[in-house]
Write a protein that binds this ligand. Sequence first.
Ligand code: ZN
Length: 340
Amino acid sequence: MVRKKSDSTPQQQTPTEPQATTPAQSQSAAGSTPQAATAPPMTKGQRAVALAAMPSDTSVLAGTFIGLLVLTSAYFLIEAAFNVEATSGYPMILRMALGLVGGIILFAVILAVGMIVVRMQRQMMLGNAMQVEYSDYAWLRDWANIVAADLELPRVEIFVTQDPVINAYAFGFIDPYCIVLNSGSIRYLSRDELKTVVVHEMAHIKYRHTLASVYLQPFITIPVVSIVTGWIAGFWQRRCEYTADRLALTYMWDAELVKNALVKVHIGPDTADGMNEIARQWMQYTAERPMNRFAQTFSNHPFLVRRLSRIDRTAQALGMTPPVADSQPAKTQDSSGAAS
Ligand SMILES: [Zn+2]
């Protein structure tokens, strides 16, 4: 049963596939946006990156870093302020400055640990996963190389690892950057959906989310402490997901495609088709409740229905029209259902 569903889904999508259609559509559709009319000539990738960028993400990241730096320095600052024996001869301001230096040194050590961990992560992939580069997945390699160049990214290494869960993630702080696709993604997603997922992951590299994560990672993996640090970092991490979704949308220029991929990632390929409009509206309704919003603060990804709504709103704001005729009714209903 699992087989049948999953097999049929990609086949339905594949006919729509001609990869050339999507880029071509996006070119023409993006070309009709007001921004494109006034802006100097941009490549498709540059335009997508510009449309998806959200400068306030950087402010939230800066706030996150400051918060974590304060936490890192807290011990040293308290020590400097109250344990005056060692530095009793110094004025308070100097003692606090020394405390801050201690915090900054610890901050740098954590950063170094994060860098080592990320490099080791790549070595693990090289040892245990399949690198698409030299495999039979040439179409994915070739396509990813083109997109990476278009998005003005260094080349991205794509790995496939055995994990039946549909998912993917990106990491790296310097060339080479890596994207890992679970084997479930290869099995259950159509080619276009897979491309959408890859662009989403490329966004995490493009907007330097993976770079910032090098520092965040040690914090959010330390037991106990991570309850607080993970919660703080979550506010920025969830924004990153919205931004990555936006780039997937502005690059692929197909809201239905991006939403379908997200739905499959969240609820699986077997029930993805069951995520009808009523189900979504009900989820949207509950998502507006305070407890639901509060619960989301403990997740590093926004809840599915909120991501879907954001995609709808962004698509609407960009004047994007659904490229596939049969997705029109669902799209129209989506928009009204998502309005909140
Ligand atoms: Zn993501």
